[in-house]
Design a protein around this ligand. Structure first.
Ligand code: NAP
Length: 303
């Protein structure tokens, strides 16, 4: 099946292009970008031109930041093509509802991806937690914004979600592995005086779970989830890729390189089955944190 990538930035080049090159299902036929391109692949500056010129491209994968993504997504669905969305699937919940309904009305596949759910330890963590009672939990997601998002001003602007851009990955894992639904009980958001989105956040969730999200981490980086149950303690490290139970390694390793191939494999199966996958549970928790959280002004931030 022929596919096009839109928004040739960091994640498109780091993950989407290699995953598509190795995929038995997909042929990367075109890109749309104001400046970037992929060697050997047709390059367009404008999505409508690409869609009109290549009716044989049946699916479009959008790697844009969330705010400019909606207009591109509507163009894709209006052109009758299947749609794959980077996380978070939109800047607002209501725009994702619109996209989901548009796709359903036209019989098109829409896949709102959560790459961290494809991390090596996540399925085993979900299976181990099934039937156990959660006593408490702790998410620690601390990374250096300057290292992982150099110059990405959009991330700290309105709609960029700030520290929830990585933090939503932790919430995507949490909402996939817990046996019972979790909800937000409180949040504290640290917003730099010169920005619109939080650079750090602390969440209180139901089931005794807390989250410490921080974009200002220097030195060792941490992407861990620890869940204490009535029958042992589970720890997911390295963004869900290493699973430990009661301090013993169970599965996984350091590599994250299987996550995007797994997403494109799932997209291929969804298209062939005429199905869609839009789970907004992680984004609901983030929206609730913005709605109900206490804002604290902190020092201005520059990259
Ligand atoms: P990025 O490097 O800033 O790239 C996004 C690309 O989108 C840009 O290169 C730009 O390409 C295009 N674009 C179009 N309109 C834009 C606008 N108004 N503002 C900024 N860029 C615009 O961002 P990214 O890190 O790839 O992230 C994109 C999405 O992937 C985000 O939703 C993010 O959460 C997700 N993601 C990122 C990572 C990561 O490690 N960076 C990991 C997983 C998921 P052109 O100028 O070429 O058009």
């Amino acid at each position: 099946m022929k596919i096009a990538l839109v928004g040739i930035g960091k994640i498109a080049l780091d993950q989407h292009v290699p995953a598509l090159a190795a995929s038995p299902d997909w042929d990367l036929t075109a890109t749309v970008s104001r400046s970037g391109q992929v060697p050997g692949v047709l390059a367009f500056h404008d999505i409508d031109t690409m869609l009109a010129a290549h009716p044989e491209i049946c699916a479009i994968s959008l790697c844009l930041p969330p705010v400019p993504r909606f207009a591109a997504a509507v163009a894709v669905l209006r052109a009758g093509r299947h749609l794959m969305l980077e996380k978070p699937p939109g800047a607002t919940l209501s725009e994702v509802h619109v996209l989901r309904d548009m796709a359903a009305a036209q019989g098109l596949t829409i896949f709102a991806t959560w790459h961290s759910r494809m991390a090596q330890g996540v399925a085993a963590a979900r299976d181990w937690l099934a039937g156990r009672t959660i006593r408490e939990g702790r998410i620690t997601w601390r990374e250096d914004i300057r290292k992982w998002h150099p110059g990405q001003d959009w991330i700290l602007d309105a709609g960029g979600m700030g520290v929830f851009d990585p933090g939503i990955n932790a919430l995507s894992i949490l909402t996939a592995i817990l046996p019972e639904p979790v909800h937000l009980q409180g949040a504290d958001l640290d917003v730099p005086a010169n920005r619109q989105a939080p650079i750090a956040a602390r969440l209180q969730l139901s089931q005794g779970i807390t989250a410490d999200l921080d974009f200002r981490q220097q030195g060792p980086q941490t992407w861990d989830i620890r869940i204490v149950t009535d029958d042992g303690t589970l720890v997911l490290r390295n963004g869900g890729n290493i699973l430990q139970i009661d301090d013993r390694p169970v599965t996984g390793g350091d590599s994250i390189m299987q996550e995007y191939p797994a997403l494109y494999d799932r997209m291929a199966r969804l298209v062939r089955q005429g199905a869609s996958d839009v789970d907004l549970a992680p984004m609901v928790l983030v929206a609730d944190a913005f709605t109900s959280g206490r804002r604290h002004a902190v020092d201005p931030f520059e990259f």
